[in-house]
Design a protein around this ligand. Structure first.
Ligand code: SF4
Length: 357
C-alpha cells in the first residue's frame, strides 16, 4: 500500500510499539470498532474554545459562554454520547478556573520540520506534531504543561509527559524547567507533577528521532512486524489479531498438546478481553452484568510511617513478615543463616530451557 508523507506524533509513536498495529491504524486505516475517541475529542474542542474565550475576556470562568460553546460543539457528538459530553462539560466548568495572567497557550499546536525547526501544522514540511492542552508560566524559566484526560481510569503515561515536555522545550527555547501533569476531568484528579529539566530531554530527543527513523524505514520497506505482548491488552485491533479458542478434552498426548496450545491462546484472549473491557469502561463507565460491576473504581489506601508505627506498636515483631523481595536486600550470610530450603510442585507453564533429565 502506497503511503504519503509521514507526520509523526506521540500517538503514532506509541502505536508503533507493534508495527502491525501501526499498519492497521495508520496505513490500512482499518476501523477499530466504534469511535473510542468521543466524547473526549469534543471535550477537548470545548475546553480549547472556552479557555480561549476566558483568556480573551480576561475572566477566570464564564458559565453563560460555556453553555453557548457546549451547544455548538455537541452537534459533533453521537446522540448516545451527548449526555456524557454534557456531564463532562459541567465537571470541567465547575472545577476549572483560568488564571489568564499565567497562561501561555491553550490547545497550542506545536509542529516541527525534519530539522526540528517550527513548521506550519498543515504543510508539507510538518514532520512532528503535538497539541498541548494548556501551558502556563510559573516563572521566567519554568512552565506547567497540562494534558486533559477524559477517561475513567487514572493511567499516567510517562512517555507522553516527556514527549510533551520535549515539544514545549523546542517551542520555547528560553524555558529551562518543564512541569508536566495530567488532569483527569471526569474524576477531578490531577496526577502528580513530573519535572523535566532541559538537559533531561536531550536523550529523549535522540530516542524520539530513532523511533521516527524506524517508522519511516518500516513504511518504506512495507514491513510491519507483529510484536505481541502486554501491549495487546490495550490494542484496539486485538480481536482482528486473535485466534478463536477450541473446546477439547484431554485424554492422550495429542489432546494434551492441543490443550497446552489452547491454554496459551485462551490466556492471551482472556487478557485481550479484559483489556477491551478496561478500555471500553474507561470510555463509557461501569457495566453491571449479573451481580458483578465491571469498571474503574477509586481505591483509597494507607501508607505507613515506619518510625511512627514502631513508636505506637507495643510489639512490632508480631506484625513483621519476611518475603523473598525483602530477604534479597539482606547479606548472603544472613540469608544462609536464616533460610530453610524447601521444594514443592505446582502446575503452571514457563519458558522452556533445554536441560539434562
Ligand atoms: S493485538 Fe497485539 S500483535 Fe496484534 S496488532 Fe495489536 S499489539 Fe500487535
Amino acid at each position: 500500500m502506497k503511503q504519503g508523507k509521514i507526520a509523526h506524533s506521540h500517538t503514532r509513536m506509541k502505536s508503533f510499539d507493534c508495527p502491525k498495529r501501526y499498519y492497521m491504524q495508520y496505513i490500512k486505516k482499518e476501523p477499530a470498532g466504534q469511535d473510542v475517541f468521543e466524547p473526549g475529542r469534543s471535550l477537548h474542542e470545548f475546553a480549547a474554545q472556552y479557555g480561549k474565550h476566558c483568556l480573551t475576556e480576561r475572566v477566570k470562568t464564564d458559565i453563560t459562554k460555556a453553555e453557548e460553546i457546549a451547544l455548538t460543539v455537541i452537534s459533533k457528538v453521537p446522540l448516545e454520547k451527548q449526555d456524557d459530553f454534557m456531564a463532562l462539560v459541567k465537571k470541567f466548568v465547575d472545577s476549572h478556573k483560568f488564571a489568564h495572567e499565567n497562561i501561555i497557550g491553550i490547545e497550542e499546536e506545536v509542529c516541527f520540520d525534519r530539522e526540528l525547526l517550527p513548521a506550519p501544522w498543515y504543510s508539507n514540511e510538518a514532520w512532528f506534531r503535538g497539541k498541548i492542552d494548556l501551558i502556563e508560566s510559573i516563572d521566567n524559566e519554568s512552565v506547567l504543561i497540562t494534558d486533559y484526560k477524559t477517561g475513567w481510569a487514572v493511567d499516567v503515561d510517562l512517555r507522553q509527559l516527556k514527549t510533551y515536555a520535549w515539544l514545549v522545550s523546542k517551542q520555547y527555547p528560553h524555558v529551562e524547567s518543564f512541569r508536566v501533569t495530567q488532569d483527569y476531568v471526569r474524576l477531578n484528579i490531577i496526577s502528580d507533577v513530573v519535572v523535566f529539566n532541559r538537559g533531561d530531554l536531550d536523550d529523549w530527543e535522540k530516542k524520539i528521532l530513532k523511533r521516527c527513523d524506524a517508522i519511516e524505514a518500516s513504511v518504506k520497506a512495507g514491513k510491519y512486524k507483529a510484536v505481541p505482548g502486554g501491549r495487546c491488552k490495550t490494542c484496539p485491533y486485538v480481536m482482528q489479531c486473535s485466534t478463536p479458542p477450541s473446546e477439547l478434552m484431554v485424554t492422550d498426548e495429542a489432546s494434551a498438546t492441543l490443550a497446552c496450545k489452547t491454554v496459551l491462546v485462551l490466556e492471551g484472549q482472556l487478557d485481550a478481553l479484559k483489556s477491551q473491557l478496561k478500555a471500553y469502561t474507561a470510555e463509557h463507565g461501569p457495566l453491571i452484568v449479573n451481580d458483578q460491576e465491571f469498571g474503574h473504581f477509586i481505591s483509597h489506601g494507607k501508607t505507613w510511617d515506619v518510625d511512627k508505627f514502631l513508636q505506637v506498636c507495643p510489639d512490632p515483631s508480631h506484625y513483621l513478615s519476611v518475603n523473598n523481595t525483602k530477604a534479597k536486600k539482606l547479606s548472603e550470610d544472613i540469608i544462609d543463616a536464616a533460610s530453610v530450603p524447601s521444594e514443592k510442585t505446582s502446575f503452571r507453564h514457563k519458558k522452556y530451557k533445554e536441560r539434562e533429565i
